[in-house]
Design a protein around this ligand. Sequence first.
Ligand SMILES: [Zn+2]
Length: 620
Amino acid sequence: MDYCELVNILYRLGFHLASKTIQVRMELSACRPAMRLTLPAWIPGSYMIRDFARNITSLKAYDAADKQLSVTKLDKQNWQVDCTEGELVIEYSIYANDLSVRSAFIDSSLLFFNGTSLFLRPIECDVESYRVHISRLQESCCTNWKIATTLPKIATDSDGYGEYQVNSYEQLIDTPLIAADYDSCELTVAGVPHRMVFCGYHTGDLERVGRDITPILEEHIALFGELPVQQYLFMTMVTGNGYGGLEHADSTALICSRKELPAYGNESVSEDYQRYLGLCSHEYFHLWNVKRIKPSIMQEPDLGNEVYTPQLWSYEGITSYYDELALLRSGSIEIVAYLKQIAKVVTRVTRGTGRELQSIAESSFDAWTKFYKQDENAPNAIVSYYTKGSLVAFGLDMELRQQSEDSFSLDDVMRRLWQEYGSKGRGTDDDSIEEICISLVGDGIASFFDLYVRGTAELPLERWFAAVGISSRIRPKSGDGDDGSASASQPDEAAVAKVSLDAVVAEHPAGVLLSVLYQDGLAQRAGLAARDLLVAVDGYQVNKKNVDAIVSALPLQQTVKLHAFRDGVMLELDVVTEETQLSTCDLWPTAEEQLSDEIRQRRQQWQASLAANMAGSLND
Ligand SMILES: [Zn+2]
């Protein structure tokens, strides 16, 4: 037989803090002649080739008699060992210095890794079990470290050191592990134990985080109707200024900044704290929508190469829609705080002309080389399947409600996706969501997908917002930091359009550095380019603080001079001032007395707590 006998693998991990190295001793109970080993090039949930094998700094193989075997490297991530049969040992070292949620990191404050960065996998081999052994780190700074992971324990001490075991490689690389002197809080949601661990310096009120997150998670559980895990772990690395998250089957790895955790004694939800709650909400929603409901092609993905799908808009866009909506439905935030986030998203989407060139289905497909590899031209060339995807999800929700006379909503689509795909382990096809929508409200909904998912038609946002009694307006950008706003009632008349640089700038001691230039904006029309150092506008020296005021004070239809340096050479450029094309979105709830009964009821239904409804029906 070509396949080797059933293999059991034990990975023994060792650590060297000073060199930021993780040493792996991989013991295989059996091998086959010319055994091949591989490491993934990407991690599920983050669609970019990262070539994790590039961090392997040495690799050696030994047979049962401890005799060194020759190893041939076949390509960037595949090795072939010159072995015949019997036990096999592979020893390799990994440089671990990426403090992100996607790979591996070790220093004197914490150890964090994803299996995709660490665990070589034998190819064409039936593996019965994968065990991982971690011994306590000997350095004095690690004395108080404990381990947090959802890897199933075999034999561990009270701090989590010892042995873990899983039966599939998929699970092995989907259960990250953190070791640190962390703080934690425990919560029970829907009868299932949940744990939140926080490492890194912070002064946040963690008990409060646990209290606040519970009703948000309950919204997601009520939406899907069941919680398909035995436990759930939030691992948060608290940093100075980081942000990000990655979803896993029964855990998530998060990075937040210190200011996002709530201070003691303050019971309000700040915008920063709202961002952290939204991040937790987002990754938890993925427990269903990505980790279990997933595109067919992602069910057993080729981890050595890109896996293309036009469906990411629904996985990230719909998740982004519900992550914030659950905050509103659970009562964690008020409608104005919710609308402020949505106004920011609308502003971001409408400022980029890339939305006219790329559909969200195309953006999904090209995630590997475009969305994940954005350059200074990104707003002019691509659209985000997250931000625009969340607006399309909102629009789909509104269309379903209206076309079914409020009998159905996107909630029903998600429940169907769970029941018919996720819970059955069946992958979604490119038209699965469309088919479900058609079955709910008829063929008329198909044009929605042509226009807004596969097409680049302008989103009729004003109409969609009006469907749930939200008023909206798009007005010119009024100054630096004006990125969308919301208010409890109709805001004052918008200021008249002024002149703007129409660029994103960064601070520099001698002026401002241009990082993004919007299509046909003042900076681009003047002939400036990304990375130019702008030093003067109309003869006035500029810096990050004053540039907006100086530019917006310029009269319209006037030729002005800009001075900049490019690669150390002075440029003197003339440009005619025009009204800024950059727009900003304002949202506010339409006054009750202006709403029809139909819209008033729909607004109530749309923002009503599903968890409260569920609890209510259980009490009946
Ligand atoms: Zn996501």
